[in-house]
Ligand binder design. Structure first.
Ligand code: URA
Length: 205
């Protein structure tokens, strides 16, 4: 499985804003969008383009046009925080949704909603907190069932446990993250992490 951790000063800056427990929701959402844009650039680096001819004001030359048919799939609800920067770069994309809630005692994913276009070819799955990996693995199952044959997962913070789970369940996907953190605590939160991403985005602490 291909895992890329961003190494960029702006990514480090916005990640720090997200980690800071005193960052209020409005600033948290802005930082998520900025970091999401940087993650999106890296995550889309392998997408297919086709060569086209383009005529500048001076002459004809070779240009490129996006030919991948991409579906962006935020895992509800925290994935919504990364959706806008993906759509800014890929405005023609369809958006599919998967809803997975984590059972706070077992940490097992419980699915409650799936709405994906058919067929999916390339899917970019947005799961900001790759903790146990259960929710992301389940979301990837769903996009594979919808036909996806190229799958890129974007996370903000990834724990080794989540990476290991994804390697076992879905070795064919690519993961792009802003940070590889230490691990999970007894409540399955990523440490040092940034807390509950959904609560921090939407002010439901
Ligand atoms: N989900 C979160 O929002 N935060 C974590 O640390 C783990 C899962």
């Amino acid at each position: 499985m291909n895992v890329t951790a961003l190494d960029h000063p702006l990514a480090a800056h916005y990640l720090t804003v997200l980690r800071d427990a005193s960052t209020p929701p409005a600033m948290f959402r802005e930082a998520a969008v900025s970091l999401g844009g940087l993650l999106a650039v890296e995550a889309t680096s392998g997408l297919q383009v086709s060569q086209i001819e383009v005529t500048t004001p001076l002459k004809s030359t070779v240009g490129h046009s996006m030919s991948s048919n991409v579906v962006v799939v935020p895992v509800l609800r925290a994935g919504l925080g990364l959706l806008q920067p993906l759509l800014d770069l890929l405005p023609a994309s369809a958006v599919g949704f998967v809803g997975v809630a984590r059972n706070h005692e077992s940490a097992l994913p419980e699915q409650y909603y799936v709405n994906l276009p058919h067929p999916v070819e390339t899917a970019i799955v947005l799961e900001p907190m790759l903790a146990t990996g259960g929710s992301l693995a389940w979301a990837v199952d769903a996009v594979k069932q919808a036909g996806a044959n190229q799958i890129i997962c974007i996370s903000v913070v990834a724990a080794p446990e989540g990476i290991a789970h994804m390697k076992e369940r879905h070795p064919d996907v690519r993961i792009v993250t802003a940070a590889l953190d230490e691990g999970l605590n007894d409540s399955f939160y990523i440490v040092p992490g940034l807390g509950d991403m959904g609560d921090r985005l939407f002010g439901t602490m």
